[in-house]
Design a protein around this ligand. Sequence first.
Ligand code: G16
Length: 541
Amino acid sequence: MITTVPTQPIAGQKPGTSGLRKKTPVFIGRHYLENFTQAIFDVVGAKGKTFVLGGDGRYFNDRAAQVILRMAAANGAARVIVGQGANLSTPAASHLIRLNKTDGGIIMSASHNPGGPEEDFGVKFNMPNGGPAPESVTEAMFRRTEEITEYQMLEAQDVDLATVGRQTLGGMIVDVVDPVSDYAALMETLFDFPALRALFAGGFRMRMDAMCAVTGPYAVEILENRLGAAQGTVTHATPLPDFGGMHPDPNPTWAHELMAEMMGPDAPDFGAASDGDGDRNMVVGRGIYVSPSDSLAVLAANAHLAPGYARGLAGVARSMPTSAAADRVADALGIAKFETPTGWKFFGNLLDDGKVTLCGEESFGTGSDHVREKDGLWAILLWLNILAVRKQSVADILAEHWAKYGRNYYSRHDFEAIATDKADAMITALRATLPGLPGQQIEGMTITAADDFAYTDPVDGSVSAKQGVRILFADGSRIVMRLSGTGTEGATLRVYLERYAAGPDGLDLDPQEALAPVIRAAHSLARLTEFTGRDAPDVVT
Ligand code: G16
């Protein structure tokens, strides 16, 4: 029943920041998914192993799951644990990998990218620790795709993924599990559910926008069923293959319905949104948006208020482009702080080694050592736990935080779908100017350092170079520029802008106003318009 199918290498199967992401028609193309899946199994080995499989429910998720299952069986895997309907949020998949002590998992998702026949699809492999494969492993997979000549396929009918329970596929066990229950149980161990129930029972109102993506069932079960939030608190709660046409990226641009409600006259106390696969989050207070960098800092400063973190934190890690707000908290707490390249995979060693408890990124990702992925609903529950204990509004908590630590004004400007050659040319030209920048004045600010960020992993010593151009100023301001590793169309230029205000004055400016000189400096130093033809960003977060 096992067929060896001849194939040829397909160009471009190089995983980016988080797995292989391509347009859906590319993934559906002949041998495309099969080649990449075989490359995964060739690198990590399948014989006798147990894997987790799930995805964010986007278009092609169900078909891809059947292909991957047949290939896992053909490659000799012993068992695959699959989320019902082939659905698992990314953090829930990470948890199942760890809980069942499996040999890793395959996650089918293009995260926050839109889904549908003409939109995006993706596949990534997570290691036995539950975290995304490191660069050494994804590189090996890529090399395998360049030399592949055949793949193994079991000839069989579809597995019934709609029904929870055990089946066999060839000689392999397939356990279809409820995607929510183990994850919800984990959340109960970390947060004070009775206090959260009391919060909602006392009239606390919340809006959670699940953006027609995978988090809906998790959020309904935890927030509405277990914590007693009002029915209907979770909107867009049913996962749809095309996310109902929404762009499931929880930022002020794409979660605009939530933003409008939270800034409106009858705003609830707290608002939140999550992305396609449930690992990203955005939190919003009544009338106030919380930037992801500030969210990480506030969570770090207050995590001890939740039972799961009552012992305090070992350390905090952030990606390099994320603002230094969390560093100030780490310094005040006297705990370790780390600065990693963009990509959750870089936190894995720090978490495994017990060096950090909390991690976060400017790209709406926050998480802890409870799993090895960022976790949207976890961040929302930690915020709720903090609100329940402090009995203050989000706005008051932020104001107190800035008064104590100062404020790192922060924004990211994205320039999307730029022709790749133009974006590359701009970055190359910018890199060439870096050695001459220190000492120069621009917009009344003095440049003190300019480099291309390189990271040496403190645990395994691996080096990752060219992780983003940094330009630092004497007053603590900073510009970072890099090209996104998750886009599927042309290049996305990300410009990260930061300026520090120590206070007590000037802590409540509009971030875009506070950052205006830094923005002008970024455009001029990179000759952004000259190279790209753009003068305004497509997305501002
Ligand atoms: C992924 C990674 C994140 C990263 C983000 C943006 O998130 O897991 O670590 O910060 O992409 O990366 P880039 O700037 O290269 O586009 P997700 O939610 O898409 O898996």
